[in-house]
Design a protein around this ligand. Structure first.
Ligand code: NDP
Length: 333
C-alpha cells in the first residue's frame, strides 16, 4: 500500500513544562502487514498527564515512539480477528498508523448515540479511572459528600458526574479558572465548585462543605491533599488517583504536613492504578452507556484537530487548557 506513516519521538528530557522542541515529528513508509497483524489508520489519540511523568530520566528512552491510547480503523489485515473497517482501541501511541496484533487491540462495540471518542473519555481509561476510584477504592455510598480535584479535566469531569449518579448528597469540585468553575455547576452536575487560586484549598473546601466531606478523589496532590485531609470527617476515604500539581516539579513534594490526621480521624488513604482494574470495563460500560444515551451523563471532551497539534495539545493539557478529556483527532471518523 503506498503512502507514509507519521509518528512522534521524545528527543529531549523536559525541565519543568515540556516544550515543542522536546519532540520530533518523523515520517516513514507505511509498514508491511505481516501475517497475524493488521494496519490501523488512527482517528483519535489520547494525551495524558502520566505521559509527562514517563518523560523523566529512567522512565522512558529517548528517540522511541511515545506509548498512548488510540482509536483507529483497520485498513488492511492479515489477522482473521481484525477485519478491514473494524474500529479498534490500541496503545501504540502518537502516530498516524499502527501495526497491531489482535491481542493488542480491542474491536470496539458501537453504541447507538454514543460518539466514538467516548472510548477515550468516559468509556475509556479516563472514565474507568473515575469509576474505579469512586466505587472500588473510596466505596462511595449514597448520601455521602465528595470532593474531586482537577474537576473540570478528563477524570474529574467523569468522577463528578458518576458520583452524582451514584447518589452522592453533595459533589464539590475544584478547578483553575472561573470559567471552569461555572462549567462544573452548570454543565457537569457539580453541586458546588471553587477556583483553587482564590485561597487555601482547605478554607475554600470548608466553606463549600461546612459539615465536612466523606470522600476525596485526589487528582492533584500537594495543597489539595492537605486541604482535603483537614476537611474530611472521621472514617473518611481518599482515593489517590494522581498528583498533577507535582508532575512538572524537579523535586515533587507529595507529603502533606498534616498527614498524621489520617490516624486521628481514622481515615483511609488508598492509591490505585487503573491498569489493575481493566476487568471492570464491562461494568463501566453497562453502568454509563444508558446515562450517555439519555443525556444524564456528558462525555466532556476538548478535541484538537490534526496530527501536527499532538505535542501542543499535550503541553496545553498540562497548563489546564482542556475542558474535559483532551483528545487529538488525526483522521476521519
Ligand atoms: P486532566 O484532564 O485533569 O488534565 C490535567 C488538569 O490538571 C488540567 O486541566 C489542569 O486543570 C490541572 N492542573 C494542572 N496543574 C495543576 C496544579 N498545579 N494544581 C491543580 N490542578 C492542576 O487530566 P486527566 O483527567 O487525564 O488526569 C487527571 C489526574 O488523574 C492526573 O493526576 C493523572 O495523572 C491521574 N490519572 C491517574 C490514573 C491512575 O491509574 N491512577 C489514570 C488516569 C489519570 P486546572 O485548569 O483546573 O488547573
Amino acid at each position: 500500500m503506498p503512502g507514509t506513516a507519521r509518528y512522534i519521538h521524545q528527543i529531549a528530557r523536559p525541565a519543568g513544562l515540556p516544550r515543542p522542541t522536546d519532540f520530533a515529528f518523523l515520517e516513514a513508509p507505511l509498514p508491511a502487514v505481516a501475517p497475524g497483524t493488521a494496519l490501523v489508520e488512527n482517528i483519535y489519540l489520547s494525551v495524558d498527564p502520566y505521559m509527562r511523568q514517563r518523560m523523566n530520566e529512567g522512565l522512558s528512552e529517548l528517540h522511541t515512539p511515545i506509548e498512548g491510547r488510540s482509536i483507529g480503523r483497520v485498513v488492511e489485515s492479515r489477522a482473521p480477528e481484525l477485519r478491514p473497517g473494524d474500529l479498534v482501541f490500541h496503545r501504540e501511541g502518537w502516530r498516524t498508523h499502527a501495526l497491531v496484533r489482535p491481542a493488542e487491540a480491542r474491536v470496539l462495540p458501537r453504541y447507538e448515540g454514543v460518539p466514538l471518542s467516548a472510548f477515550l473519555s468516559v468509556l475509556g481509561g479516563t472514565g474507568l479511572t473515575a469509576y474505579v476510584g469512586l466505587t472500588k477504592i473510596a466505596r462511595l455510598q449514597p448520601g455521602e459528600r465528595v470532593f474531586v480535584s482537577a474537576a473540570a479535566g478528563g477524570v474529574g469531569s467523569a468522577a463528578g458526574q458518576i458520583a452524582r449518579l451514584l447518589g452522592a448528597e453533595q459533589v464539590i469540585g475544584s478547578a483553575g479558572s472561573a470559567a471552569k468553575v461555572k462549567r462544573l455547576t452548570e454543565r457537569l452536575g457539580y453541586h458546588d465548585a471553587f477556583d483553587y487560586h482564590d485561597g487555601p484549598v482547605g478554607e475554600l473546601l470548608r466553606r463549600a462543605a461546612p459539615e465536612g466531606i466523606d470522600v476525596y478523589f485526589d487528582n492533584v496532590g500537594g495543597d489539595h491533599l492537605a486541604g482535603a485531609i483537614d476537611v474530611l470527617r472521621d472514617h473518611g476515604r481518599i482515593a489517590w488517583c494522581g498528583g498533577v500539581s507535582q508532575y512538572n516539579e524537579a523535586a515533587p513534594t507529595h507529603r502533606p504536613a498534616n498527614l498524621f490526621e489520617v490516624v486521628h480521624k481514622s481515615l483511609r488513604l488508598e492509591g490505585f492504578l487503573v491498569s489493575d482494574h481493566r476487568h471492570v470495563q464491562a461494568e463501566l460500560e453497562n453502568f454509563l452507556v444508558p446515562y450517555l444515551r439519555s443525556g444524564e451523563l456528558v462525555a466532556d471532551e476538548t478535541v484538537a484537530t490534526g496530527f501536527d497539534r499532538v505535542a501542543e495539545a499535550f503541553i496545553g493539557l498540562l497548563q489546564g487548557e482542556n475542558l474535559g478529556k483532551m483528545i487529538v483527532q488525526v483522521g476521519e471518523v
